[in-house]
Design a protein around this ligand. Structure first.
Ligand code: GTP
Length: 351
């Protein structure tokens, strides 16, 4: 399993320890051959590759290796996010199961309480008809104690139900918070807190429902010569630069705009109901703010060289789908890079 894919030897239930050991061995061998850290994410991707369960993931790795490119942590993280993080959604399904159990328990309690209440009702009815027929004090005392016992039973059953409802309420709140946390994690980029590509797709689905024919502008941004920043100051500083660019974008956009870390040093802004000119103006304001950033490396107070970004902008034509708009914005970005970087070009600059 050193490079291109090999025949998967799936570890099925019932497989021997030695099968499992061999598989683990091959996965680790893969990490060593490709000089990858034995991190959980790298291991998970290499394992999935070895198992061959996701043809798209295997194709990405094979194409990368066939082009003589190195696998690195960033690519592995990207593959993990795109192909394996779906596991998080499976966890959500697990949580749904707990909620179902909770609801089933409650339904049981409520019907039990209902039975007690209707039992109480018939006890009262019977006793009233007895009272109408009898008027000696012994009988009245017996009827009164019967009623008292029935009341106590309903009271206990109601108190139990209330306690169960209280704890179910707490449990439901906990589950809801956990669901929300999983959803947020699955849709956002941990470095910048912006949406990731999956988060963008989620928003695009929502936009498709709410405003397929509404105007939509798209800005694509890429940090210029980012490799040079990494090479000069190190990867950690590169990460800080990414975070600062994300912050500039976040503070420049309006509440309705959707800001996305598309991957690596590339970002996207979706701008519903905004014209090409409005999107171009926003892109230009971001370009200027980034150009003016002055960052100082904390450990040695070294002032980093200023850096810049290039941006491409496009807007929806008629009721076209997102892919067409994105493609023109990306071409405009490419043109901005080719014509000197540190600039905004719109689709109008394309032939
Ligand atoms: N620090 C850091 N680097 C990253 C991250 N994601 C991608 N990179 C690096 O970003 C660099 C992207 O470089 P290139 O796509 O070659 O382009 P560039 O140097 O930005 O140059 P131009 O786009 O042509 O201006 C690569 O060296 C990646 O390793 C990240 O999350 N953190």
């Amino acid at each position: 399993m050193s490079g291109v894919s090999a025949e998967p030897a799936a570890v099925q239930p019932g497989a021997t320890h030695s099968d499992a050991r061999m598989l683990a061995h091959e996965v680790i061998e893969f990490l060593i051959v490709h000089a990858l850290h034995p991190s959980p994410i790298n291991y998970a991707v290499a394992y999935e590759y070895r198992m061959g369960g996701d043809a798209a993931l295997n194709a990405r790795i094979d194409t990368h290796l066939a082009a003589d490119k190195r696998l690195d942590d960033l690519l592995m993280r990207e593959l993990y996010d795109e192909h394996l993080a779906i596991e998080q959604f499976r966890n959500l399904r697990g949580l749904g199961g707990s909620l179902q159990e909770l609801v089933d328990g409650l339904i049981g309690d409520i019907s039990e309480a209902g039975e007690h209440a209707s039992g109480f009702h018939s006890t009262v009815e019977n006793n009233i008809s007895l009272l109408k027929r009898r008027n000696d004090s012994e009988a009245v005392t017996a009827i009164a104690s019967d009623l008292l016992a029935a009341t106590a039973k309903v009271h206990t059953s109601n108190a139990t139900l209330k306690a169960r409802l209280d704890s179910a309420d707490q449990e439901a709140r906990k589950l809801r918070d956990e669901l929300e946390r999983h959803r947020r994690e699955a849709l956002s980029d941990p470095l910048t807190g912006l949406l990731n590509r999956r988060g963008m797709e989620y928003h695009l689905d929502e936009l498709a429902v709410s405003g397929a024919r509404e105007p939509l502008s798209v800005v694509v941004l890429d940090i210029d010569h980012f490799k040079r920043i990494n090479d000069t100051y190190g990867h950690a500083v590169g990460d800080v630069v990414i975070r600062h660019v994300a912050k500039v974008m976040r503070t420049a956009v309006c509440a309705e705009d959707v800001t996305v870390r598309f991957g690596g040093e590339e970002f996207v802004i979706l701008m519903p109901r905004r014209s090409l000119e409005e999107a171009e103006a926003l892109a230009e304001s971001i370009r200027i703010k980034v150009e003016r950033l002055r960052l100082i490396r904390r450990q040695d107070k070294l002032a980093l060289d200023p850096f810049t970004v290039s941006l491409g902008v496009a807007s929806r034509h008629d009721d076209e789908a997102f892919d067409g708009i994105f493609e023109r914005a990306d071409k405009a970005l490419y043109a901005a890079k080719n014509s000197g970087r540190n600039r905004v070009l719109t689709e109008l600059a394309l032939d």
